[in-house]
Ligand binder design. Structure first.
Ligand SMILES: C[S@@+](CC[C@H](N)C(=O)[O-])C[C@H]1O[C@@H](n2cnc3c(N)ncnc32)[C@H](O)[C@@H]1O
Length: 363
């Protein structure tokens, strides 16, 4: 069931909706579907499409904006009206004082006219508190950067669509190849996007999304205590990506200062022991939400971990965190990772070549 909201904005390490669809069909439960690392919201949105109650959280503002837009959308009419209002009130904002590297980046990334529209939208959209603004912000995130030489629907000079390349690197690359930012009308692109995305009406039921650490899921979703029967999730992989630095331009659009866009460096992203300690804490945060019987599906990868190690560590962290009986459904299904744009930029070394899908029943 492919809905056009699914692809509002690409996201690194997203799983396909068919993966969620398959596991929803395999589940014999019918309670709340939950994703504690929801990313672009594939699990939550697909669950809503399948008529299920669903919720999710993520630490990352980009993930929260995209997932919130899909799972709590405004009406098409509201989006059209708000965009017209924004366009009608468009004005050039006073110039920003930027460090030289950032000034060079923005001058090369966006045509001057497009840049003024992008800055205006960035300053005007109240994406955290208003669902219509959040939907427009999510459309902007999807259009902010990409292969603009191939598609007229990106605002930027050519860039990968999944990750934002670092400012100095991008400028060097554009200059070396003589690439120039295209003149794009952001409002016109957004109007086209609204028509495209609302081609099929969104589901009537709504999902609940929190900007929260998975380790605090119980605090964010107290009312779901004991109600979650299906978790379908993919935690950050060991030694693979830095979600904040890879998404720095989208985070900038959502109001962050590029200087502060760094990942918390507590070792859990590259140290095995700390990684599993982190995952155990995440399961502890989620454990009170679980129903008496629940199915937990985890897609996971990482070049430094064997399949057996992942299976054993998942099983033991789940048992330790829930204090309940946990049974594996199988040994895990392994699939090759497709060569993505983000992987090519990072080099093959940094990306896992396979992912494993593990399924457990907690009783
Ligand atoms: C592999 S991605 C999930 C992708 C998702 N399945 C999709 O289809 O888009 C992992 C996600 O975990 C999030 N994350 C990392 N640490 C987190 C934490 N402590 N709590 C909640 N989310 C976290 C990252 O921001 C990222 O969005």
């Amino acid at each position: 069931m492919r809905h056009r909201f699914h692809s509002i904005c690409p996201y690194f390490a997203m799983f396909p909706e068919t993966f969620v669809e398959k596991h929803l069909a395999a589940s014999r439960f019918n309670g709340v579907v939950f994703d504690p690392f929801c990313g672009r919201g594939t699990t939550v949105f697909e669950a809503l499409l399948n008529g299920r109650e669903a919720a999710g959280c993520d630490l990352h503002p980009v993930a929260v904006c995209i997932t919130g837009a899909k799972c709590n959308p405004p009406t098409r009419e509201d989006v059209v009206l708000r965009l017209a209002e924004l366009e009608g009130s468009f004005s050039v904002l006073p110039p920003l004082i930027l460090a030289e590297e950032m000034a060079d980046f923005f001058a090369a990334c966006f045509h001057a006219d497009t840049y003024e529209q992008v800055r205006f939208l960035r300053a005007s959209l109240n994406w955290r508190d208003d669902s219509t603004d959040r939907f427009i912000a999510a459309l902007c995130l999807g259009a902010l950067h990409g292969e603009s030489h191939r598609s007229p629907n990106y605002f930027s000079n050519r860039m990968p669509r999944t990750i934002s390349t670092k400012p100095a690197y991008s400028v060097r690359w554009w200059r070396k190849h003589g690439y120039v930012a295209p003149c794009r009308d952001a409002f016109a692109i957004l109007r086209g996007m609204i028509d495209f995305r609302f081609h099929t009406p969104p589901p009537h039921n709504r999902g609940e999304i929190a900007e929260s650490d998975a380790r605090q899921a119980m605090t964010a979703f107290q009312h779901l205590e004991g109600k979650v029967t299906d978790i379908i999730t993919s935690p950050p992989y060991l030694d693979t990506t830095n979600y904040r630095e890879d998404q720095w331009l989208r985070l900038w659009f959502l109001g962050e200062d590029p200087k502060s866009i760094q990942a918390p460096d507590d070792g859990r992203h590259y140290n095995k022991v700390l990684y599993w300690a982190f995952l155990k804490e995440a399961w502890e945060g989620v454990a009170p939400l679980l129903a008496p019987q629940a199915r937990i599906v985890v897609r996971i990868g990482g070049r430094k971990l064997s399949k057996e190690e992942m299976f054993d560590s998942l099983l033991s962290t789940l048992k330790g965190a829930t204090g309940r009986h946990v049974q594996a459904v199988d040994d895990g299904v392994t699939t090759p990772v497709k060569r993505t744009q983000a992987n090519s930029f990072r080099g093959a070394k940094a990306s896992p070549t396979v992912e494993h899908d593990f399924c457990f029943i907690v009783g």
